[in-house]
Design a protein around this ligand. Structure first.
Ligand SMILES: NC(=O)c1ccc[n+]([C@@H]2O[C@H](COP(=O)([O-])OP(=O)(O)OC[C@H]3O[C@@H](n4cnc5c(N)ncnc54)[C@H](OP(=O)(O)O)[C@@H]3O)[C@@H](O)[C@H]2O)c1
Length: 431
């Protein structure tokens, strides 16, 4: 199974309470981590959920959200220790993608007015396996794992999340849960864009010049490090005050988009083999002329109109319109300059995260955590994200007690207690 899960980077297709379970793993010698279902003593969990779409006021803390139990043989149930927020969470809170995601959650919902609420947001998880379906072979209760939760599934701003085995990966040993939670969603998106859409991999990147627009955010800070680990030459656009951050992560050249005409500055540079666009809009127009013509160069944007279209035009018209837009732009760019125009999307991919785990444990990719919030302050975390100007990721600590920082706090408290006890003993002897 481990072999089957291994990602072949080169042949990439182009293309608060916590004791509800008694863990009872079997130990069959031939199948690692075959596990039985623990008895379920808890049917509800605490989570931040929305009961309607809107602004931050719709976020509600509830202790009555149904626990997402293992319902299929390939399910893995995870106790969430930490999660992080992505721009998608703010957008989904406001109803972004509601029609398409509702269809993906429940295809029969087109026939009725089925309700997606209460909806739990949160796309990243770092935590511990507490239950597995009968066919899960790669994980067992107690395993420390990380994953990116697909937007059509109940999210990770909750005590528990349940995913399929394919979506889950063992977490890097070097990282605390708080650190690990900053990576899976942006990593899965970056891998999907750079590998699946961009055709890059570890063995083919060393002679590539890559431009990342919006390099200071979540996807950008991860992508810089992945591409540098693969040996690519990386140019980044960001604000002047993010230059130190992106250079520290390995960016070779940095262009301050707030200091004059960014296209003019980039136009003076050698042309690029691939552009990963995290900004969209005017950036897309400017980017096309920056790519090497007739050399297989690729433009990949993460800012696509698909979900906006299906929201505003309806599922069929929106999807057709988005498909037409993509097709038209792809053909125009191919005919005029031999450049491949593509849209990049997050794709759930546990095996890709396995590879990222190796890079993290080898010290080649670092977590970039800009801000941390306790589980009690999820609305404040959303506010932080909505202010924009991200410098890496905003993390929410869901379970404090197993977090390394919490452990350090406890250790500090013990040390202080021991020191004060020694002081007291010392002063008692003097008396
Ligand atoms: N299609 C998908 O499946 C998918 C998946 C993940 C993300 N996305 C999208 O991809 C985009 C990036 O995601 P993210 O998580 O990295 O967002 P993020 O964390 O919010 O980062 C965006 C970064 O861009 C910077 N920025 C803003 N305007 C800029 C400009 N004109 N030029 C250069 N930098 C600029 C921001 O800082 P300053 O404003 O301070 O410069 C910020 O650091 C978002 O639009 C997100 O919704 C799409």
């Amino acid at each position: 199974m481990a072999l089957a899960r291994r990602l072949c980077w080169c042949s990439a297709k182009i293309a608060g309470s916590s004791k509800p379970f008694a863990s009872a793993p079997c130990s069959l010698p031939s199948r690692r981590n075959v596990c039985s279902s623990p008895s379920m003593r808890q049917s509800c969990m605490s989570a931040w959920a929305i009961g309607q779409y809107g602004t931050n006021e719709v976020l509600r803390y509830s202790e009555e959200i149904p626990v997402p139990t293992v319902s299929s043989p390939s399910d893995v149930m995870i106790k969430v220790h930490a999660t992080s927020l992505n721009p998608l969470d703010v957008l989904m809170r406001g109803g972004y993608g509601a029609k398409l995601l509702k269809l993906r959650r429940d295809p029969l919902s087109v026939m009725d007015s089925g309700c997606e609420f209460p909806l739990v947001l949160g796309r990243d998880v770092s935590g511990e396996v507490v239950d597995c379906g009968s066919e899960v072979t790669h994980f067992a209760p107690g395993d420390e794992v990380w994953a990116a939760v697909p937007p059509w599934k109940q999210g990770s701003l909750a005590e528990y999340v349940t995913l399929t085995e394919y979506e889950v990966s063992h977490k890097p040993e070097l990282l605390s849960h708080t650190e690990a939670a900053s990576i899976p969603y942006v990593a899965s998106t970056a891998v999907s864009a750079l590998v699946n859409a961009g055709g890059l991999c570890r063995d083919t990147s060393s002679d590539k010049r890559v431009l990342i627009t919006g390099g200071s955010g979540g996807v950008g800070t991860f992508s810089i490090q992945l591409l540098k680990a693969w040996g690519a030459h990386v140019t980044v656009t960001c604000s002047q005050n993010a230059e130190g951050l992106v250079r520290g992560l390995g960016a070779d050249e940095v262009v301050d988009y707030t200091a004059g005409d960014v296209a003019e500055q980039l136009g003076t540079m050698e042309k690029f083999d691939l552009i990963l666009d995290n900004i969209g809009g005017d950036t897309e127009q400017q980017a096309m002329g920056l790519l090497k013509p007739w050399a297989g160069a690729k433009y990949i944007t993460l800012v696509t109109p698909l979900l906006l279209n299906t929201d505003s035009m309806g599922l069929l018209d929106g999807a057709v319109n988005a498909g037409f837009t993509l097709h038209t732009k792809a053909i125009q760019n191919l005919i005029s300059s031999g450049v491949f125009y593509r849209w990049g999307f997050y794709v759930p991919d546990g095996p890709a995260l396995d590879e990222i785990t190796k890079l993290v444990d080898a010290g080649k990719i670092l977590p970039v955590v800009e801000a941390q919030f306790p589980f009690t302050q999820v609305p404040q975390a959303f506010q932080k994200l909505e202010q924009g100007h991200a410098r890496g990721k905003t993390v929410v600590r869901v379970t404090e007690k197993n977090d390394r920082q919490a452990e350090e706090l406890v250790q500090d408290a013990c040390r202080e207690a021991a020191e004060s006890e020694q002081d007291m003993q010392g002063s008692a002897k003097l008396q």
